[in-house]
Write a new protein. Sequence first.
Length: 178
Amino acid sequence: MVIEIDSEIELRQLELRDSIDIFEAIDSQRDYLGKWLPFVAFTKEISDTKEFVDSIINAPKEISELVFTIRKQNKFIGLIGFKDTDRSNKKTEIGYWLSEKYQKQGIITRSVEKLCDFAFNKLDINRVQIKCAVGNQSSIKIPQRLSFKFEGIERDGELLTGNIFTDLEIYSKLKSDK
């Protein structure tokens, strides 16, 4: 599945062959990505990334999630997708990361906007949430720009590299908010 964002950016459903691009992006930006993304420290070899990708694409149907590579002019630049989807309550979360070189171009904002539209109109989701580490201003600006509602702080919501807990800001958007 491919979701076109604009003439240069597209979201392409994750495939096993994406493992190399994902690993190379992580491996070349460990300090930048590792500040807020705990999985970076555990991604030491290409096999770690292949195992992650395999767990997504071969997950049982009842727990499967749609995860996409973000591509600019067909070059891998990041990941975005749904996580912790609760189908019976029609809610999901969107997670994302983008290579440093492609920051501040509106790519994630436009991608999240398209995924929300997809979730509300194609997946029959009622609630989309985004969790951002307190202090990660680049990430926090995404739900704010898209009129998500700030709900509060999840204290010690994520364990970062170095065994340090961080609080998470919780934002949500409902289908009726559109």
